[in-house]
Design a binder for this molecule. Structure first.
Ligand code: GLA
Length: 512
């Protein structure tokens, strides 16, 4: 078909499978070349596409396919990531009363003798979503100079109000997470205390407030002598006591950082904290910064062990408010995707750090790109911006229902980069439930919108399935996608086009 042939521009005013709540904005970003557009009944399950990165090539059309298949599990037709653990699902977070009583007595001892108690909290079967203070509000503790923005009870209550009232909570952004700089010291018995000036009613009060709004409260500590900003840390002898304090305050998530500690202390302390959290009987999601302090890679990092004791973990550097920081994190995740991709799954996620959307460093295209890339990587969605002043445009990016549905896909498979072109276009793929996929076409170009020509077969799709795609940002639907159909996506510089791709029917079978 000549260029400018059959148009795959949106149908039905952009109301695709998940478009009910989204009006079509902007023009469609895909053109089709090839067989006629077809629509029909839902197709059969199909085999998964080849999965490894296809490699560098000058042109998607010329790419040679290579790679392995994802593991295809049973006849039920679902993907499984190699480390998916059925044992962590189902039975709920709480241990029986007897077990709990025994654990209260024995956990410190077990931890001390180095035994690992598996984190059986049943939490975070989907990547966590919420708001986290650090990237935007850092360690601003000057409430006299800057009462609206300092790390204080007021800031968290105001963010809680926004989460509850502006649609965030109802879309899944339920965690309200405190980061560093909340601690005032320890009392005579060694119990952690918040800064009395900035948190006059205490953390339990904040937790109650969050819970009253249908939110959950996360807190920060550091396994070491000090937090990264120099506040009292959790030394090994304080692990059990601090876990109990967090449980008494009714905290729902703990981010345990690793500043001011040795590798040996971290190797003891993180499993010990997992055991101590379990032993409290309160379901507390556990976010471990441990791997980030060990370089993020085996053999120093044991991801099988991490998946047993942590619900999520920071692998790499802190994100800063710039596009170059997003790129450096993305590059590291892609360079090591063979290691990182298989270790993520329901209950245990890689964390490339917070979303910058709404702050100062990203353009509109870059904000959309970070959201799409983090989603395809099955990353936690922790917003770190001022929800009191966020623009409608940035809210739209963060509140895109189809994006959130993809991020929260129940299979919990982390996506991978499958194609890297000399043209500086890259393609990422994430397999989803119901034989659907998320595809992100990402441009690293800095010149002008790029017309990227490709086909599903060039992305390793091999089956005789007819697909449709919904553009996640515009809502437009691209129909009539056979594996050999050449399509064109127009990708803005440092931007993305993101598709939700789903099977329509098996070709060669009669339509009903
Ligand atoms: C480390 C962490 C950050 C943040 C700061 C707080 O740098 O990686 O995410 O928590 O500490 O001091």
């Amino acid at each position: 078909m000549p260029a400018g042939g059959v148009s795959g521009s949106p149908k039905g005013a952009g109301l695709g499978r998940f478009g009910e709540r989204r009006a079509l904005r902007g023009r469609g970003t895909a053109l089709l070349e090839g067989p006629d557009r077809l629509q029909g009944r839902a197709g059969r399950r199909q085999a998964p596409p080849l999965w490894n990165e296809i490699g560098e090539s000058g042109d998607c059309r010329a790419s040679r396919l290579r790679g392995q298949k994802l593991r295809w599990v049973g006849g039920g037709g679902s993907f499984q990531s190699p480390t998916y653990k059925a044992g962590k699902s189902g039975s709920g977070p709480l241990l029986g009363r007897w077990c709990r009583a025994m654990l209260w007595k024995t956990a410190p001892l077990l931890a001390l003798v180095g035994q690992v108690l598996v984190l059986e909290n049943g939490l975070l079967r989907r990547p966590p979503m919420g708001w986290l203070a650090w990237e935007r509000f850092r360690c601003n503790i000057d409430c006299e100079e800057d009462p609206e923005n300092c790390i204080s009870e007021r800031l968290f209550m105001e963010m809680a109000d926004r989460l509850a009232q502006d649609g965030w909570r109802d879309l899944g952004y339920t965690y309200l997470n405190i980061d560093d700089c909340w601690i005032g010291g320890r009392d005579a018995k060694g119990h952690l205390m918040p800064s009395p000036k900035r948190f006059p009613n205490g953390i339990a009060f904040l937790a109650d407030y969050a819970h009253s709004l249908g939110l959950q409260l996360g807190i920060y500590e550091d396994l070491g002598n000090f937090t990264c900003m120099g506040f009292p840390g959790t030394t090994l002898d304080k692990v059990v006591q601090d876990a109990q304090t967090f449980a008494e305050w009714k905290v729902d998530m703990l981010k345990l950082d690793g500043c001011y500690s040795t590798p040996e202390e971290r190797a003891k302390g993180y499993p010990m904290m997992a055991a101590a959290l379990n032993a409290t009987g309160r379901p507390i999601a556990f976010s471990c910064s441990w791997p980030a302090y060990e370089g993020g890679l085996p053999p120093k990092v044991n991801y099988s062990q991490l998946a047993e004791i942590c619900n999520l973990w920071r692998n790499y550097d802190d994100i800063q408010d710039s596009w170059s920081s997003v790129l450096s994190i993305l590059d590291w995740f892609v360079d090591h995707q063979d290691i990182l991709q298989p270790v993520a799954g329901p209950g245990h996620w890689n964390d490339p750090d917070m979303l910058l959307i709404g702050n100062f460093g990203l353009s509109f295209e870059q904000a959309r790109a970070q959201m799409a890339l983090w989603t395809v990587l099955a990353a936690p969605l922790f917003i770190s911006t001022d929800l009191r002043t966020i623009s409608a445009q940035n809210m739209d990016i963060l509140q895109n229902p189809l994006m959130i549905k993809i991020n929260q896909d129940p299979l919990g498979i982390q996506g991978r980069r499958i194609l890297k072109e000399k043209s500086l276009i890259e393609v990422f793929l994430r397999p989803l439930d119901n034989n659907a996929y998320a595809l992100v076409f990402f441009s690293r170009r800095t010149d002008m919108p790029y017309r990227f020509h490709c086909s599903l077969s060039q992305l390793n799709f091999t089956s005789s399935i007819l697909y449709e795609a919904q553009d996640v940002y515009t809502g437009g639907v691209i129909s009539g996608l056979r594996t050999e159909t050449i399509f064109t996506v127009i990708i803005n510089p440092t931007g993305v086009v993101m598709w939700y791709l789903y099977p329509v029917r098996q070709l060669g079978t009669p339509q009903q």
